[in-house]
Design a protein around this ligand. Sequence first.
Ligand code: PEP
Ligand code: MN
Length: 341
Amino acid sequence: MDIIVLRPDASEKDIERIVKKLEGKGLKTTVSKGTERTVIGVIGDTSKITEEEENAVRAMRGVEEVMRILKPYKLASRDFKAQDTIVKVRGKVIGGKKIPVIAGPCAVENKTMMMNIAEKVKAAGASFIRGGAYKPRTSPYSFQGLGEEGLQYLAEASKKTGLPVVTEIMDPRDLETILKYTDIIQIGARNMQNFRLLLEVGMCKKPVLLKRGLSATIQEWLMAAEYIMSKGNQHVILCERGIRTFETATRNTLDLSSVPVLHQKTHLPVIVDPSHGVGKWDLVAPMAKAAVAAGADGLLIEVHTNPEDAMSDGEQSLKPDAFKKLMSELKPIAKAVGREI
Ligand code: PEP
Ligand code: MN
């Protein structure tokens, strides 16, 4: 038993009684009140519940149906919550009709570049700024990010433009610092299965942008989202950024079919990062357009004023003019699929 669907006339007292009964069995519950129905989700090892116990709950006042979710993820599942999750951050919405674009450099390199890029992406219509202050680099000798100094530049750029910030966390020890500066916490591809990190961000209130692991299946990715949600943070945004395949023409293989697949399987918003998906700036625009056509709820695009000298991911970064052009080219595509950009 994983989901208890209540009758439309179930009272608060009925809900309380059911919750108490389940919690008495060492299980946790989340009550989600939809427009038509209230559903109680049961979290924990529900396999221990016997058929008799399940029938006893089925017979309680206010209960319409008791169901099992066969998938290993529950809170993230559409069966558990049919309505789309909409994440709201400082006046911006992810998961609504408008498709927000998160844009900025791969890494925050200095204050001038951050301010400059933030203003340019804002003028082009971006909804969020991004930039890494803690960078997951393949080589320990590559630029590792400016740390808190980088976060300060992001916060200043945010203050100047009014755009909220997305930045990556790599280590739970940085969480407190990062929370002071960011609006959305990014978990990068390399940390998608860093379970301790997932649990830590699950305990805070800020939304989490969870990137797909380098070779993660959709189910593994949803299980990672489940880790975050199991700690109480339901504001998870999934980000497709390409996976490893045998193909070497692009940095990764951008799996755009994950967008409609995820929309079937989960109520969480799904955004696409074509920059890391393809790894080459001149392939970013076509894949960004394809992502919007496939139903993406947002885009993440790397932008740099001087990609030739970028300290990371220059080869996949758009110059501000190309970004601006892309933003206007995305408009008719968004319109064709009933969205706005
Ligand atoms: C990034 O967003 O700059 C990044 C490191 O992305 P990913 O984790 O998808 O490689
Ligand atoms: Mn990058």
